[in-house]
Design a protein around this ligand. Structure first.
Ligand code: NDP
Length: 480
């Protein structure tokens, strides 16, 4: 059986204590590879390798760094088919999605930051009347930690690694143990691109051991983490006494506000995606749908019909819309939410059941599910389910829609469907979310700040924000 190895100092290594874990293919429920169950010792070796590489890497010219990072982007693009297949098998997502979203975006992440670093400048301030001049040095931080989740494995892993590397840091990174394969393949690509040894180190293992060792390492000075809110809070508790720089991209429970004056057909098509793309396992999915009462019944009928028409099945089949959920444990967690619907006064309008696919009987499949709720305070509408489950509810006024949208602990993204300019500007101002999409969803420009408000995180990544996060600003003041 294939064994994934840690990538340390440019080489592929077994874990020191030779501990291994099974890696499952969610579409079949079968073990298809083994991954290192790394310990603190492996993280220490990775750290030492990164620390040794730092001096040289942080002093390479911008041009040279940019060229290597750009080469990684190019190689990812060239290997798109192989990487997309690996991602689909590892995660259960439709191959078509991996081909059109995950892998192209991983390549774009590297290309974007390879370009961005050539345009990144620091500030200068002349202190007029004091005969002094200030400028800001922005130096890399040192060895930094990058920890990412399983839902968009290579996409989110590279979203952190690319800006960390391009600013001259060296990295110890951990992908989710549930989806390690494309991170493993990235190590090979980095060698092929000529990334010097030790600049990127990838350690596989469990969050509470391997991840914890990265966060708790006294000399890893910054942590960029994407994952659940509970994990984020734990990481903050570990990192805070060491005064580490932290970027936390956490959970979401995003509202989708649909007004009667919207472009209905476009809204319906996009709402289907924002509800169920990647089996609803995207932190930006619009899992709470609120619809203006005058079009509520029509929307319900059309949305149910479209949802029922989605094809669930083998992620590798071209016509599959909904693949497998990422793991058995996650499948059961999502189903457990559906099971409380009735007790919460909800009505299941579509879906709600496990699905058995012929030839894939042990895979982790679930019907896309719509639950009509009566009370927005129910758990189904308040807690992040992170699966193909949405709640729907009508509203009467703009003010009510805003209150419903903001009435959760999360604040990652929001979507508004309306053709009324005043309404969209008003909502853009008052919605408590890091992103407000108006008449669209998941449209991303990598120059924009990305992150959440409230329990959805701290800090922003993307564009120059990411380059600022991964550098330490130092004010130099010259008196003349
Ligand atoms: P987790 O928080 O469980 O895990 C995220 C990563 O952290 C994994 O690599 C995990 O390892 C690791 N980890 C777990 N515990 C620790 C620890 N104590 N110390 C250090 N690292 C740890 O999230 P999921 O992987 O389940 O991902 C789903 C979550 O991610 C959802 O809440 C989703 O909303 C959020 N997310 C947020 C995004 C955003 O941009 N805001 C984007 C995408 C997802 P392991 O897997 O081995 O446990």
């Amino acid at each position: 059986m294939k064994k994934i190895q840690n990538y340390i100092n440019g080489a592929f290594e077994n874990p020191i204590q030779n501990g291994w874990m099974d890696n499952y293919n969610p579409s079949t429920g079968e073990v298809y590879s083994q991954i290192p169950n790394s310990t603190q010792e492996d993280v220490e070796i990775a750290y030492q390798s990164a620390a040794k590489a730092f001096k040289t890497w942080s002093n390479t010219t911008i041009d040279e760094r940019s060229k290597i990072i750009s080469k990684i982007a190019q190689l990812i693009e060239e290997k798109l088919d192989k990487l997309a297949l690996a991602e689909s098998i590892d995660n259960g997502k439709p191959l078509s999605l991996a081909k059109t979203i995950d892998i192209p975006r991983a390549s774009s992440n590297f290309q974007f930051f390879a370009n961005a670093i050539t345009q990144f400048s620091s500030e200068a301030h002349e202190s007029v009347g004091l005969n002094a001049f200030n400028f800001t040095l922005r130096h890399p931080i040192g060895v930094v930690g990058c920890i990412s989740p399983w839902n968009l494995p290579l996409y989110l892993f590279t979203w952190k690694i690319a800006p960390a590397l391009v600013t001259g840091n060296t990295v110890v990174a951990k992908p989710s143990e549930v989806t390690p394969m494309t991170a493993y393949l990235l190590g090979k690509i980095c060698n092929e691109a000529g990334l010097p040894k030790g600049v990127l180190n990838i350690v596989h293992g469990l969050g509470h051991t391997t991840g914890q060792a990265i966060v708790a390492h006294p000399n890893i000075k910054a942590i960029s983490f994407t994952g659940g809110t509970t994990t984020g809070a734990h990481i903050a508790r570990v990192a805070a006494p060491m005064f580490k720089k932290l970027s936390l991209e956490l959970g979401g429970k995003n509202p989708n506000l649909i007004f009667a004056d919207c472009d209905y057909d476009k809204m319906l098509a996009v709402t289907l995606k924002s509800s169920f793309a990647n089996q609803g396992q995207i932190c930006l999915c619009g899992s709470r749908i609120f619809v203006e009462r005058s079009i509520y019944e029509k929307f319900k009928t059309d949305f149910i019909a479209k949802t029922k028409a989605l094809k669930i099945g083998n992620p590798l089949a071209e016509d599959t819309n909904i693949g497998a959920l990422v793991s058995k444990a996650h499948l059961e967690k999502v189903k457990s939410y559906i099971d409380i619907a009735e007790q919460e006064g909800g009505t299941i309008l579509a879906g709600g059941n496990y699905v058995t696919i012929k030839g894939f009987e042990n895979g982790y499949y679930l019907e896309p599910t719509i639950i009509e709720i009566k009370n927005s305070n129910c758990r189904l509408n308040q807690e992040e389910i992170f699966g193909p489950v949405v709640t729907i509810m009508p509203f009467d006024t703009d003010e009510e829609a805003l209150q419903l949208a903001n009435g959760v602990r999360y604040g990652l993204s929001s979507t508004v469907w309306t053709n009324n300019l005043n309404r969209s500007m008003h909502l853009a101002k008052y919605l408590e979310a890091g992103i407000v999409w108006i008449n669209t969803w998941l449209m991303r420009d990598l120059r924009t700040p990305f992150g959440g408000m409230k329990d959805s995180g701290v800090g922003r990544e993307g564009g120059f924000e990411a380059l600022r996060f991964f550098t330490e600003p130092k004010n130099v003041c010259i008196k003349y």
